[in-house]
Write a protein of this length. Structure first.
Length: 95
């Protein structure tokens, strides 16, 4: 799954979404989602990356604890079979 596909999946929740951060003063009222790719952990040998793994962090911001919104996000990720980038599928993280 590409980062663009991750964004499309998250947008289906119908709440504001941004990559990495909102511009200063542009943050909407919660709830909103933020996603970013802070790193990778590729398996390489002989100068070739044989298995590419890109970390994707998804952050849900709410004014207060929101079990319904958390459950909706968890169900969305479970339904996608997990989140992976560039075709690599990993188990969905639990909130």
């Amino acid at each position: 799954m590409t980062l663009q596909e991750v964004a499309t999946l998250l947008r289906s929740m119908g709440i504001p979404l941004v990559y990495h951060h909102f511009a200063e003063g542009e943050s909407p009222d919660p709830p909103f989602l933020l996603y970013l790719s802070p790193g990778s952990d590729n398996f390489a040998a002989d100068g070739i990356a044989y298995f590419k793994v890109t970390q994707v962090d998804i952050e849900l911001y709410t004014d207060e604890k929101s079990p319904n919104t958390e459950a909706q996000l968890e169900a969305l990720l479970d339904g996608a079979g997990g989140i992976g980038v560039e075709g690599q599928i990993a188990p969905a993280a639990r909130l």
